[in-house]
Design a protein. Structure first.
Length: 418
């Protein structure tokens, strides 16, 4: 991840300073650049060469990224189409979520490495002269004047830098520094009974995203480019430390018991604790998403479970919803909390619905116990045949279908000001 050198005192002012170079931050940065804004991106990591877990793009997210012109390039770097998802129990298919029955052309679950998506977004941002990219740069403070956020303070000591902006957008993830520095309370809600231990294996490709039980706790599995399978072994919420205290051999044997078809691959490729990573699964939401000169989007504003593959899609949709609000605010020179709260007004109902759906999915697919083992197969097969299920599947796949990229706000060339 590279960009222009650090700004001098003369050019350190932007219309928008985006903190966080993930899907939400880079999508918004590109939208604002195409609308003529000056954008500074501040990203803590030095490069895109890092581990990602969330890779699945739902049709709704694919459509928006295609409209922005980045999906084709990202796909060209390597991806894997899945025909849908399946809930399986000991070889028996309980739910077959067939995405190929949805309207084309985005009728699939797309396993797209985040690095591929972010690389394409970043390259398109770098094509704009008004884009400044500060990588390996940590935000340590906010510039606040008269109660209004006017920028961010990066680094420290002789390497310190102040980036001034009309609006600071926090898109820096579930443990957002911007949210913390702004003093915005965050409500973590432990709605889920499981955490997920991830590992990555070289294994034959499959055509479906699977949630299955074969011998032990449920497992999430999908094919990841190139020729890999991501396995997410679920375990009781906050139970990993107790499990790990019994040694890596016990953890490895437990994973192998849960995934008999991948047991040999786990035995050969998962050699130490360094080959697994734990995802602490929880839901949460910032009590407010906006203040004067400040906006939160993506995981900084709301956090979700990996169930249902909603993270990237909600992040992209947040950016698309924020775009016209920021453009209008810059035009009117009004980036007050009242103006920026229009993003939350549009998006919060959608994100809260996503959480409710994920809780329902988790209880249906991942619950354990004798009662669940008896009830789940019958309930799953019954529900999957109803119109309610088909409606729910479309909701999961598309999200807010009324949301569109405001291409009418894009400008030809690169005018000096918005």
């Amino acid at each position: 991840m590279t960009g222009r050198a650090r700004p001098t005192a003369d050019d350190a002012h932007s219309d928008v300073c985006v903190v966080g170079g993930g899907p939400a931050g880079l999508t918004l940065a590109l939208l604002m650049l195409r609308s003529g804004a000056r954008v500074t991106l501040v990203e803590r990591s030095r490069s895109l060469e890092r581990a990602y877990r969330g890779e699945i793009l739902q049709p709704g997210g694919q459509a928006l990224l295609d409209a922005l012109g980045v999906l084709k390039g990202a796909r060209h770097r390597g991806c894997h189409d899945h025909d849908g998802f399946r809930l399986e129990e000991r070889g028996r298919v309980l739910i077959n979520g067939d995405y190929r029955r949805l309207p084309g052309p985005y009728n699939c679950l797309l396993s797209l490495p985040q690095q591929h998506l972010l690389t394409d977004l970043l390259e398109r941002c770098r094509a704009h002269s008004r884009f400044t990219c500060l990588t390996g740069t940590k935000v340590n403070g906010l510039v606040v004047e008269g109660g209004v956020v006017r920028g961010v303070v990066c680094g420290g000591g002789s390497d310190g830098l102040v980036v001034r902006a009309d609006c600071v957008v926090g898109a820096d993830g579930r443990y957002s520094a911007v949210r913390r520095l702004a003093g915005i309370p965050y409500d973590r809600i432990d709605l889920f009974d499981q955490d997920v231990l991830w590992c990555r294996l070289t294994a034959p490709a499959t055509r479906t995203v699977r949630i299955f039980r074969a011998g032990g706790n449920p497992v999430l599995a999908y094919t990841s480019f190139p020729d890999c399978v991501q396995l997410g072994w679920t375990l009781p919420h906050k139970g990993y430390q107790t499990l790990a205290e019994r040694g890596f051999g016990h953890v490895k044997a437990s994973i192998q018991a849960a995934v008999p078809e991948y047991a040999d691959a786990v035995g050969q490729q998962v050699r130490s604790f360094k080959d697994v990573s734990l995802l602490d699964v929880f839901a949460g939401s910032a009590r407010r998403w906006a203040g004067d000169g400040l906006l939160l989007i993506g995981d900084s504003a709301h956090t979700h479970s990996p169930i249902g593959a909603q993270g990237i899609n909600l992040a992209v949709q947040d950016a698309v919803a924020a775009h016209p609000v920021l453009c209008e605010g810059l035009r009117r020179r009004d980036l007050s909390g009242r103006t920026l709260s229009g993003v939350a007004a549009r998006r919060r109902p959608e994100t809260e619905l996503a959480t409710r759906v994920q809780v329902m999915q988790s209880r249906m697919m991942l619950s354990t116990g004798r009662v669940s083992a008896v009830v789940r197969p019958k309930a799953a097969m019954l529900v999957s045949r109803t119109p309610v299920y088909r409606s729910l599947l479309r909701r999961i796949a598309y999200g807010d279908q009324a949301l569109r990229i405001r291409a009418d706000l894009f400008q030809e060339g690169e005018p000096e000001t918005l």
